[in-house]
Ligand binder design. Structure first.
Ligand code: ATP
Ligand code: MG
Length: 418
């Protein structure tokens, strides 16, 4: 009979992985970590946070609270983040005690569009023509060639928030003042043929793997659809996007999961910009990678766990063509004619009956009756318009089948056809 293994006995208590932020990305990280045998600790000030509710430990403090950070460092063997706007000071403080991945320096670049674009130039990866607009003088000096454009706040934007489309100088000036005169970048409005993203995972030893390229459709600045299968984009273009994403990760000496978003352009119309430009990076798993849970043999969240825990990274493989539909809060107020009368838990007590009656649960039973339908709901109680409530991945034996199923689901949900 085999001798008891001392080292195994000593490690029988699961180790704990920590995450700053308790949104849906944290929740899916927690699910992956727990399945792989870890305990989890989430730090998020919201007692109802989607990840906090499913984690072994929920430290319910502000991100900069010294006691909260000390508790997280005390519990967790290593810490990651699920949103890029986590205060840099929190990461720096944690890094004094525990490995933190990604590191504060990489997160700081992703937090600031101007720093991000300067970094892309350093990597030799083209981005949209732009100008930094931090001052009145910079506003006045903006080149005519950048208009029409999109004015974006340098910090704290997401899901198209903090962005204004401007046609001319007068609109530009109004928009900058309307945004409070905060630091911004003005980007030239580009004629997009398509959008895509690449998710890479890089380990402490420099091993870098990637998910297959995602083709993304945005509506109103928010991701709506992601399609992943052979042929979703020309293969040479996909290879260049992957190479660019890898070089961006390598240049940052990045550890963790990183998403790089790109614009695909018609090279002729884009006048010298090229046919592939980088848009922005997210230092974490990304909405466009959620399909990997159901369609790949390794999901972006498993990759995040592996990078954090120092486990081996192997190249993920797409086993099923997939289409992901984002499920925004609008669906609970929509025209799909779903199941009426399911009260919105988030509605204030004593709210007039009409306020609740307008909330309808989408017709999940019909959606789940479609073959290859994988429903993910994030446990959020209030279905506000534009709020990410969940996602639905439709897998199929072929791209056509995945798309057909996605169109059937879209019809049931009252979403536009693909
Ligand atoms: P995210 O939620 O991805 O962080 P965000 O608020 O940072 O979004 P961006 O990615 O900068 O916003 O832009 C949102 C969308 O707006 C893009 O996916 C694209 O559809 C459109 N867009 C942004 N910049 C440009 C541009 N320069 N030209 C044309 N379209 C653009
Ligand atoms: Mg974006």
């Amino acid at each position: 009979m085999a001798q008891p293994n001392e080292s195994l006995t000593a490690h029988a208590v699961p180790q704990t992985l920590g995450v700053l932020g308790g949104g849906q990305l944290g929740r899916m990280f927690v699910h992956a970590a727990q399945r792989m045998g870890f305990f989890t600790a989430v730090l998020d000030p919201d007692p109802q946070s989607p990840a906090g509710r499913v984690s072994h430990h929920h430290i319910c403090t502000e991100y900069t609270d010294p006691a909260g950070l000390a508790r997280l460092a005390g519990l967790a063997m290593a810490v990651t983040t699920e949103f890029e706007n986590v205060p840099a000071a929190a990461l720096t403080e944690l890094a004094r005690h525990r490995p933190v991945a990604p590191g504060a320096a990489a997160v700081a670049i992703a937090q600031d569009r101007a720093a991000e674009k300067a970094y892309f130039a350093q990597c030799g990866v083209p981005c949209a023509p732009y100008a930094v607009v931090d001052t009145e003088a910079q506003l006045a000096a903006v080149a005519d060639g950048l208009l029409p454009g999109i004015l974006k706040t340098s910090r704290l934007g997401y899901d198209g928030k903090g962005q204004v489309r401007v046609r001319d100088r007068a609109e530009l000036e109004r928009a900058w003042h309307g945004l409070g005169g905060v630091p911004c970048v003005l980007e030239k409005l580009l004629p997009l043929q398509a959008e895509c993203s690449v998710i890479v995972a890089r380990g402490r030893d420099g091993t870098c793997v990637h998910l297959p390229i995602q083709r993304n459709l945005h509506r109103d600045g928010i991701l709506a659809v992601t399609e992943v299968y052979e042929g979703n984009l020309p293969s040479a273009l996909a290879a260049r996007a992957v190479a660019a994403a890898q070089s961006i990760a390598q240049g940052l000496d990045y550890v963790g999961v990183l998403c790089v978003e790109f614009f695909v352009l018609d090279a002729q119309q884009a006048q010298g910009v090229g046919d592939l430009v980088v848009n922005e990076i997210a230092p974490r798993p990304h909405n466009s990678g959620h399909y990997s849970i159901d369609a790949c043999d390794l999901s972006q969240f498993e990759l995040q766990v592996r990078t954090l825990a120092g486990q081996p990274l192997v190249q993920p493989r797409l086993h099923s063509p997939a289409v992901m539909l984002n499920l925004l809060g609008d669906l609970w107020h929509g025209a799909h004619g779903g199941v009426q009368g399911i009260a919105n838990e988030g509605a204030p007590a004593g709210a007039p009956a009409g306020a609740q009656a307008t909330v309808q649960e989408p017709p999940w039973a019909q959606v789940l009756a479609l073959p290859g339908s994988h429903l993910h709901l994030y446990g959020k109680t209030e279905a506000k318009p534009g709020r990410k409530m969940g996602h639905l991945t439709l897998t199929g034996a072929s791209p056509e089948q995945a798309r057909e199923r996605a169109n059937a689901a879209a019809r049931l949900l009252g979403l536009p056809a693909l």
